[in-house]
Each structure stands twice: as C-alpha cells, then as structure tokens.
Design a binder for this molecule. Structure first.
Ligand code: F6R
Length: 263
C-alpha cells in the first residue's frame, strides 16, 4: 500500500484528483468507481477544474458509485445520486447513461444488487475505485463484521455511521438505517484503489487500517491485501501513524526508484 501524506485537505484533494485524471488520460474509457460524503468534495472540485481549464475528457468514462441509502429516490436532495450530480456529473462532459448510482428506491433490492454487479462486469470491471473511510473503518457501507468477500447488497448501518451522516438530514430520525453498498469483494476486484481521508477524527482509524491486522471488524484493512492500493491522507488523518517518517521518506525519494528502473 502506498501512503501519501499531504499537507492539508486541499493538497489531499489535488493529489487524489491528479491521480484520477492521470488514469483517465491513460485510458479514455476508464471505468471509475466513486464515493460520496464530505471527503471527496475537494477532489471532485479539482477534477471539475482540470476538466474546465485543461480539457480533461469524461465523454467516454463510465462511473459506478459505491452506495446509496435504501428508500431514497434518485432526485431526493439527500440521496447520493443527487450529491454526485451536484458535485461532479453536471460540471463535466460525462454521458448521463454512463453514470451508475445504486437505486435507493428500487422495488426489489436483491435483484437490483445482482443487476448492479452485472453492469460492472459488462463494463469490463472497475479500473479505479475511489474510497473514503468511516470512523468505524467502513469502505462503502461495509460496516464492521461485513465479510471481506461480500458483494453488492443491502447493509444495515451502525450507530456511529448514522450519527456521522445526521448532518446531511433535517432531523436525526430522517437518516436511513439501511443502504445498498458494493461489497468488500466487489471493491477488491477493482484494478486500483485510491482511499482518501482527512481530519483528526479519522486519525485513529487510519492508523488501524494501514498498520493494524487485517480484520472484518475494520473493512478498510482489506486494502492491505490489494496489489495496487494508494492512500492519500492529510497531516491530521496521518497524525498517529507510527511509520509516518518512512512514508514521507518514500514520497520524497520516489525519484530514486524511478531512476533505478529507468522511468
Ligand atoms: C460514501 C461512502 C462512505 C464514506 C465514509 C466517509 O459513498 O462510501 O464509506 O466514504 O462514510 O464519509 P465522509 O467523507 O463524509 O467522512
């Protein structure tokens, strides 16, 4: 796992957006997995800026979002679908038919989840999956105890997640208790993973998932088993990592490796 410690939230956002832009430039029809929440807002802003100022082309990109609250219609202002249109899709030249977000108000969630997995397969699989992390260590909405082999399904949210997401709703009792989420197994099949995290409140969980043992109690630890996972943290989220100096040394001396392998 490559760990990049950025100075602050803006730098974390810039670094992650540029990693995504690089993949889109390399492969115009990239299949890109996306996340919602507070963390990626800056990354999406920077991607929009790169699109507008540098012509980053989304016309052939296909996206699949990690999750959606069960019961929310796509146009509901608190839905993740709405979030994606507000923060990214409507600002870039992506084809609306190429944007997949789980349908929260589906009549048959089980059938929908199978269909969603099929669409990912039909698109050729995820090339790059962007992830955030919950304070309980979840990726997507794979709460503690989720199988590390799980597939897209309905998952009950735990209290810490419900409390953290209450800020997006008028009343705490409006926060949905269930979500449709890609499974850890689905996420792990992406060719590359990029996890971003910022702020002091993520520091403990970042140390645990990067440096602690792999466990279904912290589903982000599965990234340790992925052959191409990158983590970009701001200083605060990285503040209790025990090997921080090592990560910084690698970041600052990467050019030596590149020289050795002739890049
Ligand atoms: C959202 C998602 C979640 C969030 C996580 C962190 O699509 O998959 O795992 O990434 O809950 O949320 P924020 O960024 O709001 O701290």
């Amino acid at each position: 796992m490559e760990v990049i410690v950025a100075g602050n939230y803006d730098e974390m956002s810039r670094v992650s957006a540029h990693l995504i832009a690089k993949e889109i430039k390399k492969k115009h029809n990239l299949v890109l997995g996306l996340a919602t929440g507070d963390t990626p807002i800056g990354t999406y802003k920077e991607l929009v800026r790169i699109h507008k100022n540098e012509g980053l082309d989304f016309s052939k990109v296909t996206t699949f979002n990690l999750d959606e609250y069960l019961g929310l219609a796509p146009l509901n202002k608190t839905s993740y679908n709405y979030f994606m249109w507000e923060n990214l899709f409507r600002h870039v030249n992506i084809h609306p038919g190429h944007t997949y977000v789980p349908q929260g108000n589906t009549e048959d969630p089980e059938e929908f989840c199978t269909w969603y997995e099929d669409q990912i397969k039909k698109a050729g699989g995820l090339d790059l999956q962007l992830l955030g992390i919950g304070r309980d260590g979840h990726i997507g909405f794979n709460e503690p105890g989720s199988s590390l082999a799980s597939r897209t399904r309905v998952k009950a949210l735990i209290k810490i997640t419900i409390d953290d997401n209450a800020k997006f709703f008028d009343k705490p009792e409006d926060v949905p208790r269930f979500a449709i989420t890609m499974g850890v197994g689905t996420i792990m099949e992406a060719k590359k993973l990029l996890l971003i995290a910022n702020g002091k409140k993520k520091a403990d969980v970042c140390a645990k998932f990067i440096e602690g043992p792999v466990t279904s109690q912290i589903t982000a630890t599965a990234l340790q088993l992925h052959s191409h996972a990158t983590v970009v943290l701001d200083e605060e989220a990285a503040s209790v990592l025990s090997r921080r100096e090592y990560y910084n040394w690698v970041r600052d001396n990467k050019h030596m490796v590149q020289k050795k392998i002739g890049r």
